[in-house]
Structure formats: structure tokens, C-alpha cells
Design a protein around this ligand. Structure first.
Ligand code: NAD
Ligand code: UD1
Length: 337
């Protein structure tokens, strides 16, 4: 019998790609989302792309009764927990909303899981828990830090999960994502920022299609190959396949596991803009501005532990990331709107 997975935040950017891959791998999927940063459209498209059914609940993580109903109606084997607010800048302006949504929301979810006897979870964490890295590539044993409320919510939830694991014997995989980018090969689902994008790639594709006049490079005086910021961009499809490997891991092994998901290769801001220029054949105007507050020069993952223990490695390269991002942008100039 196939397993049933509860996906929180399943209508979002990463969640919708995960639902698609889970359905393709014959999992039964139950989704919870309150659409605070997404719409039903992504899920309609997943249904069309896969030709498969899933159950959807428009429910907030903090709605105890709503969660209890889901656990009563379905025999859930594992949870993949994507739901959360994720904008660093906004988290500085709205710390109460971030702690309430991410930390309180996660606590309500964990409590209802425990009450229902569901004790397996894969959690979306972030490279942000390394704060300002002391060296690259960053391994899972590196010192942790936090530089903003968003990062602190991830840091806190990681520790909450560690305590629950010790006390209640849960089986947990914490995945620390580096920089997820790209879209499904169809170009029918992708990242659809509601507002001005915070992240580099959606900003660059929007500039290429003419929604933005130019891209501002946040500083070109870092100690990197060309002076611009270097990140470890990872294709969203590779990233979600890491979640399926994590579910398989929890079928075999008991305990708490933490993995970085990245490619191990750094790409600079200039290199990323050039990659989009190449695939879009568009001229992209660039202006060099000052460094963004809180930014660091280089953040690159050591993902060898995921390779060794999950049997997972990233398959897609920079060109694949740029092509799929551009296909999504070209087919959906205004996102899902
Ligand atoms: P997203 O905003 O596209 O998806 C999150 C989804 O969760 C949205 O559909 C939103 O409506 C839903 N949601 C938020 N709060 C909710 C609540 N209280 N109740 C129910 N639903 C709620 O973001 P994403 O990029 O898909 O990120 C998914 C997860 O991965 C997040 O936890 C994020 O912090 C983490 N992450 C993302 C990145 C990235 O660059 N995208 C990097 C590292 C970690
Ligand atoms: C940001 C978040 C981080 C989060 C990650 C993935 C901050 C400070 N950090 O990281 O917590 O986990 O996204 O969602 O926001 N850049 C430009 N011009 C732009 C946008 C970005 O030059 O218009 C540069 C940045 O300076 C950086 C690189 O592009 O060097 C990538 O930026 P971004 O996509 O925002 O990701 P991170 O900074 O890695």
C-alpha cells in the first residue's frame, strides 16, 4: 500500500513541486495551505500535469481543530513541513507575525501530530541557520548562527524538533536548503512572487521580460571570483527529490538526521545574470549598487553527507536552472496572477 504524506504549504513554490514529484512516485498526498503566499492555481496545474488526485484543506497551521480533522480523516504516515513565512526583510519589520506563524504554527502541528501518533517528519530548514559562515563549503557540523527573525524561527524550530525527538522518539529529517531556483520542466509551475522579488533569480527573469527596468547588483567588492556575491543555487526539482529520499531514509532508519541540500558549486551574481541573458537572448540592464545589509560574500554547501546517507546528489546544472526559470517566466509573465 502506498504511503500517505501530509504536505504543509503544498501550494507554495517548493511545496507544489514536491506534491508533483510525490504523486509521480505514487504517494497519496494530503495538502494543507492557507494561501497566504500562494493560490489554488498552482495545485490545479499540478493536477493537470500529473493527472492524479490529492486531498486539499484550506487550513491554517495554527488551527488546531483543522489539523485534528485532517489527522482524523487520514491515516498519515509522514509529514513534509514547508508552510511558513520566508522573507528576511519582512521578518525584521514583522517579528511577531514571523514567530507566531512559523514557531507557534509548527508547535501546533507537532502537538497535533503527537496526539494523532504521527511521528515522522521532514522539515524545511535553511542555510540561514549557519548565520555568517566561518568557512566554505559549509558542512552540517559548522557553527550555527542567526542574523534575523526569519533565520531565528528556523533555528528555534530545529531545536524544538531535536527536543521532541529525544523525548518522544520521533523520526526526523531536517533539510537545510541553500538557494532553491528553477521550475518544473513544463514551465507550468514555478515561483510566483506576490510583490517585488527579494531573491536574485526571479528579479533577473523579471528584468529580462521587461517587468523590471534593471537588476541592481548588491555590491561588487566581495572577496569572490568577480567581486559579486556567490551562492549555491539548487534546482527546485533536485531539492524536492531530496525530500523523497528523506522519506525513504525514515522508512529504514530511526532518529534525527540533518542534511544540507546544495550542489557544492558557487555561482556569482554576474554569472547568474549572464546565464539568464544567454537562455533568454534578452539584454538585461545592470546597475552596481551598495552591499545589501546582512549579506555575506560566499555561501556554498558541503552536501557530501546527503550523498552518502540519502544517496542523493543534485543532477541539474546552472543552464538547466536558467532555462527552466526562463521557460516559467516566459509562459507566465505575471506568475499565477
Ligand atoms: P512559499 O511561500 O512559496 O510557500 C510556503 C507556503 O506555505 C505558501 O503556500 C503559504 O501560503 C503557506 N503557509 C505559510 N504560512 C502558513 C500557515 N500558517 N498555514 C498554512 N499555510 C501556510 O515558500 P517556499 O519558497 O515554497 O518555501 C517553503 C519552505 O522552505 C519555507 O518553510 C521556507 O522557509 C523554506 N525555505 C525556502 C527557501 C527559498 O529560497 N525558497 C530557502 C530555504 C528554506
Ligand atoms: C536570501 C536570504 C536567506 C534565504 C535565501 C533563500 C537575505 C539576507 N538572505 O539569501 O535567508 O535563506 O535568500 O531564500 O535576504 N542579489 C543582488 N541583487 C538582487 C538580489 C540579490 O545582487 O536584486 C545578490 C545578493 O546580494 C546575493 C545573491 O544575489 O549575493 C543571492 O541573493 P538572494 O537570492 O537574495 O539569496 P541569499 O542572499 O543567499
Amino acid at each position: 500500500m502506498s504511503q500517505t504524506i501530509l504536505v504543509t504549504g503544498g501550494a507554495g513554490y517548493i511545496g507544489s513541486h514536491a506534491v508533483l514529484e510525490l504523486l509521480s512516485a505514487d504517494y497519496e498526498v494530503v495538502i494543507l495551505d492557507n494561501f497566504c503566499n500562494s493560490s489554488k492555481e498552482s495545485l490545479d496545474r499540478v493536477k493537470t500535469l500529473t493527472g492524479k488526485e490529492f486531498t486539499f484543506y484550506e487550513t491554517d497551521l495554527r488551527d488546531r481543530q483543522g489539523l485534528a480533522t485532517i489527522f482524523k480523516n487520514h491515516s498519515i504516515d509522514s509529514v513534509i513541513h514547508f508552510a511558513g513565512l520566508k522573507a528576511v526583510g519582512e521578518s525584521n519589520e514583522k517579528p511577531i507575525e514571523y514567530y507566531e506563524n512559523n514557531v507557534v504554527g509548527s508547535l501546533v502541528l507537532f502537538d497535533e501530530m503527537e496526539k494523532a501518533g504521527v511521528r515522522k517528519i521532514v522539515f524545511s530548514s535553511s542555510a540561514t541557520v549557519y548565520g555568517e559562515p566561518e568557512k566554505n563549503p559549509i558542512s552540517e557540523t559548522a557553527k550555527l548562527g542567526h542574523t534575523n527573525p526569519y533565520g531565528r524561527t528556523k533555528y528555534m524550530i530545529e531545536f524544538i524538533l531535536k527536543d521532541i525527538q529525544k523525548a518522544k522518539n520521533w523520526d526526523i529529517v531536517i533539510l537545510r536548503y541553500f538557494n532553491p531556483v528553477g521550475a518544473h520542466a513544463s514551465g507550468d509551475i514555478g515561483e510566483s512572487p506576490n510583490d517585488v522579488p527579494n531573491n536574485l533569480l526571479p528579479f533577473v527573469t523579471q528584468a529580462a521580460i521587461g517587468v523590471r527596468d534593471h537588476v541592481t547588483i548588491f555590491g561588487d567588492d566581495y572577496d569572490t571570483i568577480d567581486g559579486t556575491g556567490v551562492r549555491d543555487y539548487i534546482h527546485v526539482v533536485d531539492l524536492v527529490l531530496g525530500h523523497i529520499k528523506s522519506l525513504e531514509k525514515l522508512d529504514k532508519d530511526k532518529g534525527l538526521f540533518i542534511y544540507n541540500l546544495g550542489t557544492g558549486s558557487g555561482v556569482s551574481v554576474k554569472e547568474m545574470i549572464d546565464a539568464i541573458r544567454e537562455v533568454s537572448k534578452k539584454d538585461i540592464k545592470v546597475v552596481v549598487g551598495p552591499r545589501r545589509a546582512g549579506d555575506v560574500g560566499e555561501v556554498v554547501a558541503d552536501s557530501t553527507l546527503a550523498e552518502k546517507e540519502l544517496g542523493w546528489t543534485a543532477q541539474y546544472n546552472l543552464k538547466d536552472m536558467a532555462e527552466s526559470s526562463w521557460r516559467w517566466q516566459e509562459k507566465n509573465p505575471k506568475g499565477y496572477a
